[in-house]
Design a protein around this ligand. Structure first.
Ligand SMILES: [Zn+2]
Length: 135
């Protein structure tokens, strides 16, 4: 039984993460960018649900394709499984965009990125991402 659990953990670490790898939403897509906040950080009364990428005044590109949607907060846009915040929208709401298509400009101090699949950690899929700190 212990052997099975060990194999399951290894499978999750290497196989699951590698199959859901995706490009960064800022250019260059295949280089690591600075992470200024991680998933689950405590913020006066709530937890940070997403990661912050320390870039500003640069375009945001859709990680995956989907329909462009905005909710109550006009500085956030949702495309496919991801939500991008602290942006000014460039893509048209209700239209479909492809992965890699420019959808917005970061107009805040950073890009907030959410994986809408529950409280999944977007860092797990960003390729490459090298964890250089403990959490
Ligand atoms: Zn954030």
């Amino acid at each position: 039984m212990k052997k099975l659990i060990f194999i399951f953990i290894l499978w999750n670490l290497f196989f699951v993460n590698s199959t859901r790898a995706y490009n960064w939403p800022v250019s260059p897509f295949d280089s690591q960018h600075t992470i200024t906040a991680t998933l689950g950080e405590y913020r006066s009364g709530h937890l940070h649900v997403g990661v912050d990428i320390g870039e500003t005044n640069v375009p945001v590109y859709a990680i995956e394709g989907g329909t462009v949607a905005v909710g109550n907060d006009p500085t956030c846009v949702e495309v496919g499984r991801f939500t991008y915040c602290h942006i000014t929208l460039e893509a048209e709401v209700g239209k479909s965009v492809d992965a890699g298509q420019e959808i917005a400009i970061i107009t805040g101090t950073h890009l907030h990125l959410n994986d809408n699949a529950g409280a999944a950690n977007p860092l797990a899929g960003l390729s490459p991402f090298i964890q250089s700190f403990l959490w």
